[in-house]
Design a protein around this ligand. Structure first.
Ligand code: URP
Ligand code: ZN
Ligand code: ZN
Length: 474
């Protein structure tokens, strides 16, 4: 068989286990997996992976690039964001197309496509955000026809014009049920959150507590109540629900209990909720760490790792929404004005590999499930993405088991002059990243061309197979 490239000598990781095998690539696809590929194919280009793990390219299914938000625009666009992604072994991302005033759902998709055009290094698609139910409800099925199978509603962000009410959540879930598609929800309790923010928003408290008011005004029940309510509408309608950026122990308990009852709800958490706690706000520049939902407590961190092992946390993503120090400085001492969001694409795999696999919390196979297989299946991209098997896209990351790199914003592709993980020593950066057979990262440096990334059409989303006691243990 004529192969274009062979990855040799690596330990190849699939959810089923690890194997020392070679991977043969023909064009954009994996064409062969075996032990004697070099002998079979003669003078093919070889990529030496000896001493390394070869893993499926990571899918970061929660990303915001060049997002107008909190009075500014997030600083990673499709150029810097997808370069950062590639360096972190991410080969597919899903952003959120948000319709602004007067925009249809299609206008939002078109606007986001323009952001990606000519800039994207890796493949991508969008979740379509429903922000004005009465205007958008009749456009949903047209978007499904056009290749979008995931929709998003925010239970907060009235001031951004994005907030959905229970009527929209309930009715969208009915449409998801009918079409085999999925609703993603940002679950926080809007009215109580507004009330608590108002109570904390006094000159005296702001002087006394500064950025610590950000977590102080957002107790865990803000997320828990909203998850509970969304799960209720999911249970009643039977529509597939996916809780984005779940950050609380209470949320994990609610999702787990619902899954045990057979409710079609899934949840992701983000890397930051697995490794950071609210002590970050005690630092002088603690406002930099403000994101939404905010970083929680150590008990939540431990509960989310447990959820990774027992199944109620299906996916780890990043909620990348990068702001520079200058942008974050817009807060000027007022916690309600901090641009909320963190960089993440470049460090997702290193964080989960180092703090998950190296620290003995999860196996490397389990890591690949949370970063590749599950997101690909749940988002309707499997097995084109997220699989090391013949016929799948040759999207692969080659990582060294122990080689650590100290996080230094000045040496990163991410467009930020700070990092939540600055100074952390992390293994798991991609030595080599392949996207549809092209080497886009070589020797830890980005070598791929902007604009080669492709939009990915999708038809379905949600649970591929029902949860079993094996996938969701007590
Ligand atoms: O802080 C965050 N997460 N910014 C992006 C918007 C969102 O809620 O995902
Ligand atoms: Zn959100
Ligand atoms: Zn988000």
């Amino acid at each position: 068989m004529k192969l274009d490239k062979i990855i040799t000598g690596g330990t190849v990781i699939t959810p089923g286990g690890s194997q020392k095998v070679d991977i043969g690539i023909q064009g954009e696809k994996i064409a062969a997996i075996g032990t004697d590929l070099i002998a079979q194919s003669g003078g093919t280009e070889q990529i030496d992976a000896s001493g390394h793990f070869v893993i499926p390219g990571v899918l970061d299914v929660h990303v915001h690039l060049a997002l107008p938000f909190c009075g500014t625009v997030s600083s990673d666009d499709y150029y810097s964001g997808t370069r950062a992604a590639a360096r972190g072994g991410v080969t597919t991302l899903i952003d959120f197309a948000i319709p602004f005033a007067g925009d249809s759902l299609q206008d939002a998709a078109d606007a986001w496509q323009k952001k990606a055009d000519g800039k994207a290094l890796i493949d991508y698609t969008f979740h379509i955000c429903i922000t004005r139910w009465d205007e958008h409800k009749d456009q949903i099925e047209g978007m499904i026809e056009s290749g979008f199978s995931t929709f998003k509603e925010f239970m907060i962000y009235e001031s951004e014009g994005w907030q959905s009410d229970d009527r929209a959540l309930f009715s969208t879930l009915e449409i998801m049920k009918k079409n085999g598609t999925m609703l993603l929800v940002h679950a926080e309790s809007a009215r109580i959150l507004d009330e608590l923010i108002a109570r904390h928003h006094t000159p005296e408290l702001m002087k006394q507590y500064g950025a610590r008011l950000h977590p102080m005004s957002r107790p865990n029940f803000i997320e828990a109540e909203a998850i509970q309510r969304a799960v209720m509408w999911c249970e009643i309608t039977g529509g597939q629900l996916y809780i984005v950026h779940m950050s609380t122990a209470e949320g994990a308990d609610i999702v787990k209990n619902a899954q045990m009852r057979g409710v079609p709800v899934l949840a992701e958490t983000c890397a930051q909720y697995l490794v950071l706690d609210d002590s970050v706000f005690d630092q002088e520049d603690g406002h930099l760490w403000a994101c939404c939902p905010q970083i929680k407590k150590q008990e939540d961190v431990q509960r989310l790792w447990k959820g990774m092992r027992s199944g109620e946390v299906s996916v780890v993503s990043t909620d990348t929404c990068t702001f520079t120090r200058e942008q974050k400085a817009m807060w000027e001492g007022d916690f309600t004005k901090i641009p909320m969001g963190l960089p993440g694409l470049e460090t997702l795999l290193p964080i989960v590999y180092t703090h998950g696999v190296r620290f003995g919390r999860i196996s490397i196979e389990e890591m690949c499930r949370k970063l590749s297989t599950n997101p690909a299946q749940i988002m309707g991209l499997y097995p084109k993405k997220g699989a090391i098997q013949v016929g799948a896209d040759a999207d692969l990351a080659i990582i060294h088991p122990t080689h650590e790199i100290v996080v230094d914003p000045s040496a990163m592709e991410t467009n930020a002059d700070w990092s939540p993980y600055e100074g952390w020593s992390l293994a798991g950066f991609a030595r080599t990243t392949l996207s549809r057979g092209d080497v886009i990262v070589d020797d830890y440096q980005v070598v791929g061309e902007a604009g080669r990334g492709q939009w990915l059409p999708r038809k379905t989303a949600g649970l591929v197979e029902p949860l079993t006691s094996e996938t969701n243990q007590t």
